[in-house]
Design a protein around this ligand. Structure first.
Ligand code: HEC
Ligand code: HEC
Length: 317
């Protein structure tokens, strides 16, 4: 039971909090609304979905709800909007080539499918912004239409065949330079096990996700929350080849990239080391070690899956 003096103390504390609450309202980082210069170029049904679910953060047309207005909620919202606009701004994307706009949309679909976007706390407060399965189908149908069919032609076929011939001839393995952040090329990735495969229909590549022994064992034992140190994931991409007989299959090798798990060594890049080699001559990707900010930027929203997109087949409880 609260006594007289106890109650007075409580009243004082409440009053103090109230004063503090009013006081912090005067600390308001600016949230500008620059003009919409070149909005993303998509059909109305696609834009309507982006508007209802994403524009509050990823556009210059942010509309705050009343409960987002008071600090400290406002501080968090302002920070999210700033970060979100810097990464992806649908109000300014229209000036990019169409292919780049569609690539950003494809990336958006990947984030939505992972449940990472709209941001999870935001989804809880704004259930109307959640993307429904029907809306997701609308977005995907548009991207499929926009992408058309992969290139077919004797040139692509010949290039792929030449690569294959060279590969089966064997010979000395090529000398591959390390990535700019020092990660050496894991040449034995070709012997790793397949975890999954995906098609990126906007830029017509087929991808296979592979794992080293530690990764594959972690999947089998369901120890991927987080992934253990030593696990390495690879993603190999080939250009799609439409053989004209109704088959789409891998054509020329495009790139291979890796995520190397070491929670200590790579603590500053989400606990993963990032590396990518591109083209048949396996040229290291990136001017300097800062290339990893690109990788981190895209994978960071996937905190719930330890920054990994791929849900291994059979790896989930
Ligand atoms: C509440 C604000 C908010 C909403 C709403 C929101 N996002 Fe985001 N989004 C962010 C923030 C913040 C980031 C940066 C996250 C980070 O780096 O950790 C981000 C990052 C992204 C990225 C990664 C961009 C990159 O290349 O780095 C994509 C794609 C994305 N959001 C798509 C969407 C889509 C599509 C929607 C609507 C379905 C959406 N977001 C709704 C806040 C939001
Ligand atoms: C534009 C967004 C984006 C960027 C930038 C990006 N990734 Fe990814 N990454 C993805 C998506 C989406 C997947 C899921 C597989 C797929 O759809 O092909 C993925 C999957 C992977 C995988 C397989 C494991 C997993 O998470 O599913 C590896 C390895 C990988 N990426 C490495 C990298 C590296 C290294 C970089 C930087 C050089 C990078 N990624 C940059 C979007 C991105």
């Amino acid at each position: 039971m609260a006594t007289g003096p106890g109650l007075r103390l409580l009243a004082k504390a409440v009053l103090l909090l109230a004063i503090l609450f009013v006081g912090i309202q005067f600390v308001r980082p600016p949230l500008p609304h620059p003009p919409v210069t070149s909005e993303v170029d998509v059909p109305p049904e696609v834009k309507a979905i982006l508007k209802s679910a994403c524009y509050n953060c990823h556009s210059n047309e942010t509309k705050l709800s009343w409960f987002d207005q008071p600090a400290p909620a406002y501080w968090l919202v302002a920070r999210d909007v700033k970060q979100a606009r810097a990464r992806l701004n649908f109000s300014e994307m229209g000036k990019l080539p169409k292919g780049q706009q569609n690539a950003a949309l494809f990336e958006s679909v990947a984030q939505i499918e992972q449940g990472a976007m709209p941001l999870v706390p935001y989804q809880k407060l704004h259930p109307e912004a959640r993307i429904t399965p029907e809306q997701l189908q609308v977005l995907k149908a548009y991207l499929r239409r926009a992408a058309g069919n992969p290139a077919t032609g004797p040139a692509e076929q010949a290039a792929a065949d030449a690569q294959y011939a060279k590969w089966v001839q064997g010979g000395a393995p090529p000398v591959v330079s390390p990535a700019p952040n020092g990660i050496a090329f894991p040449a034995d990735y070709k012997n790793w096990q397949a975890i999954s495969s995906t098609e990126r229909f906007d830029n017509h590549t087929l991808r296979q996700i592979l794992g080293n022994d530690i990764a594959v064992r972690a999947i089998a034992e369901n120890r991927i929350h987080p992934w253990p140190d030593g696990a390495v994931l690879a993603k190999v991409a080939w250009l799609e080849l439409n053989d004209g007989a109704g088959n789409v299959r891998p054509g020329q090798f495009f790139q291979v990239e890796f995520m190397v798990r070491d929670s200590q060594k790579y603590a500053s890049t989400l606990g993963w080391g990032w590396a990518r080699w591109r083209g048949a001559d396996l040229k290291p990707y990136g001017k300097d070690a800062a290339f990893t900010t690109e990788c981190v930027g895209c994978h960071r929203p996937l905190e719930a899956t330890n920054y990994v997109f791929t849900a291994p087949i059979g790896g989930q409880p």
